[in-house]
Ligand binder design. Sequence first.
Ligand code: NAD
Ligand code: UDP
Length: 340
Amino acid sequence: MILVTGGAGYIGSHTVLTLLEAGQDVLVLDNFCNANKKSLERVSALTGREVPWVEGDIRDAALLDDVFSQHEIDSVIHFAGLKAVGESVQKPLDYFDNNVNGTLVLCSAMSRADVKKIVFSSSATVYGDPASVPIRENFPTAATNPYGRSKLMVEEILQDLAVSDPQWRISVLRYFNPVGAHDSGMIGEDPNGIPNNLVPFVSQVAIGRREVLSVFGNDYDTTDGTGVRDYIHVTDLAKGHLMALDYLSRHDGVHTFNLGTGKGYSVLEVVQAFEKASDRKVAYEFHPRRAGDIARCYADPAHAEEVLGWTAEFDIEKMMVDTWRWQQKNPNGYSDSTLS
Ligand code: NAD
Ligand code: UDP
């Protein structure tokens, strides 16, 4: 059985669905600080399988000991954590506690239970402002905010852990920009309050929940002056976890992979693709650059292809069509959705 921390969240719920469809058994551990239980109910409805879950915090060592002793867990996919860059600047202690301390408590409990296989959610943010693109895994790392530093710290801790004990099997997945939703439109990204990320914001403008998109910067050294990112469909990302876990059944040590498409799209290209998918206009206006943003960031995904046999299947059109389907079926996210 696979323990999925943060399994009720955006990427976690899509990964749980993919795991269940592949015939795996899962147990979700989530404190629901940024998730709704409906996501798990819907995964259950979509797969026709029960989704067992425990409500609790990864920083609760006693709870983790119970979970590991009561269930036959052989590996962990670890999504649980806080992820808002701006908030991390305001609340660094919360971020280090949840993301770094939380992972320490989790790995210690795993060690006690002799479960030494983990897939960790890292981020392309660990590359800082890269000297060139596309970005390969051996590029230098740097962090410019507490969220990024928390990811880097955990990566380093996991490296040290593997050195200390060769039984550990660790996969570090550096996601680029996850977007989209399951093509049923039943599960998707449901940000609290005003979305920080581009695609949820664009989608809320299209549905009429927000008036106008602020485009942060049109003076970057890119084709149209707006920031370029590597958007990746969350279903492709979910599949990457399955393949990374499978790889760990055959290999020990730490294995780090970029999960991206290798293609960069500007903010305005994303807006255009969304307008096409939704057949709605997305009003936008230019604003100054957002602090900490970089001009361009996209992956060289060759390592994941060579080693895991993983490549992203879905293009930007599909990412936007699926986002829009989710948005239309759930205009206000999970909270007051009329879908059961
Ligand atoms: P999310 O907020 O939707 O999911 C995180 C889940 O973890 C939520 O369900 C939340 O309730 C839970 N959680 C948080 N702290 C917890 C704790 N202490 N104990 C138990 N549960 C806890 O975020 P997501 O987009 O699905 O991201 C999943 C992981 O991927 C995170 O670690 C995030 O940093 C990383 N990541 C996300 C992105 C992105 O753009 N979405 C990009 C790169 C990396
Ligand atoms: N962006 C924007 N307006 C927004 C949110 C984001 O113009 O309301 C831009 C941002 O400057 C970046 C791109 O969209 O160039 C992707 O930003 P996002 O926050 O989604 O992801 P990031 O790459 O920053 O993690």
